[in-house]
Write a protein that binds this ligand. Structure first.
Ligand SMILES: *[C@@H]1O[C@H](CO)[C@@H](O)[C@H](O)[C@H]1NC(C)=O
Length: 330
């Protein structure tokens, strides 16, 4: 049977290579006849993304990707790697994985989410199972919060019903209306099932700038004390970070008890990037574009960026954001 299937698939592929639409249809017909209708999903899933292990699997490439592409984030790197690896190797997780990524613009939060998506989904961010929401884009009007909330719940339920391994990324979480965050809360908790749907294999990632100042202050303190950035430990920023997120009345987290209820599994700090990291980003971008990495150009690009604080000028204001477009000028 297995052989028959493979043979049919091969025939199909060969004929597809023959190009005309009619050929493909005939081949499809032949294949279906040969295999019986049970094989239709298999053929379908050969070409188009499905929620199965052919399209979704933890490929073990995350470590290399993080080490080679996420610069200057030793704490975030190890937390993310451990969290995702642990979650994916657990055959029956008790709750969905919930990561809250914190840091200033351009420090790599979105980029890290992309690496996670890439490590699980063959199509990475283009996967139909990865959903990205931005509060200003998707939920712009305060007055519509109730509508957004039911819509969002509907989407999460629908997508997880279709595929348990769905991944949801919420950008600008600190700008999100508390009512909306409240709407997500039930999905993050330790429920076996909610209305017959289990959310335990889903991944939720929250991105926000909240706590960015605290992280900068810590990095600056270390720098001033002549200590290496790599000496900053999670415990040096963890308490301050959760307190700042918790106590900031302007951002949605404060109201919602996401933290109180322990629904966030990991707070992931992204430190402000230094000149050398920006250089690394430019080099990586050149490599990605198929150019030969040229360090003198990289230094030039990095040199044109703004750094803060005013006197010390250590940290990049925009981090590695928009490097690609800057590079186009060189
Ligand atoms: C899945 O989420 C998307 C938004 O990313 C939404 O447009 C779509 O309708 C959802 N699918 C289901 C089945 O609810």
């Amino acid at each position: 049977m297995k052989f028959k299937k493979q043979l049919a698939l091969l025939v199909l592929l060969l004929v597809c290579a023959g190009r005309t639409k009619a050929d493909v249809l005939i081949a499809l017909g032949m294949a279906v006849t040969a295999l019986g209708s049970a094989a239709v999903p298999e053929i379908y899933c050969y070409f188009r993304e499905c929620c199965n292990e052919k399209w979704i699997f933890f490929d073990g490439g995350l470590q290399a990707d993080i080490e080679g592409q996420l610069f200057g984030q030793h704490i975030a790197s190890s937390i993310i790697l451990n969290a995702v690896t642990g979650f994916m190797s657990n055959s029956i997780p008790k709750k969905p994985l919930v990561l809250s990524l914190h840091g200033l613009t351009g420090t790599g939060k979105t980029f890290a989410s992309k690496l996670i998506a890439k490590s699980l989904f063959r199509k990475g961010m283009d996967s139909g199972h990865v959903h990205m929401f931005s509060s200003e884009l998707h939920f712009p009007h305060k007055s519509q919060t109730e509508l957004y909330k039911s819509q969002l719940q509907h989407w999460i339920r629908g997508n997880v019903t279709n595929c348990a391994h769905s991944m949801f990324i919420f950008d600008e979480m600190d700008k999100m209306h508390p009512g909306l965050i409240d709407g997500i809360k039930p999905f993050l908790d330790y429920h076996d099932k909610l209305d017959g749907v289990s959310y335990r294999r889903a991944i939720f990632i929250f991105l926000s700038n909240a706590g960015g100042d605290i992280l900068t202050q810590t990095a600056l303190d270390f720098w001033k004390a002549g200590k290496k950035r790599e000496e900053i430990k999670l415990k040096d920023v963890e308490t301050a970070l959760s307190l700042s997120v918790f106590n900031n009345k302007d951002n949605g987290f404060w109201h919602t008890g996401l933290i109180e209820k322990g629904l966030v599994d990991f707070f992931v700090p992204f430190l402000p990037l230094e000149h050398s990291h920006v250089v690394q980003c430019v080099m990586a971008e050149m490599r990605a574009k198929g150019r030969t990495p040229d360090s003198s150009i990289a230094y030039e690009v990095a040199g044109e960026m703004s750094f803060f604080p005013k006197d010390e000028r250590i940290f990049s204001v925009t981090g590695c954001k928009a490097i690609a477009s800057r590079l186009n000028f060189f």
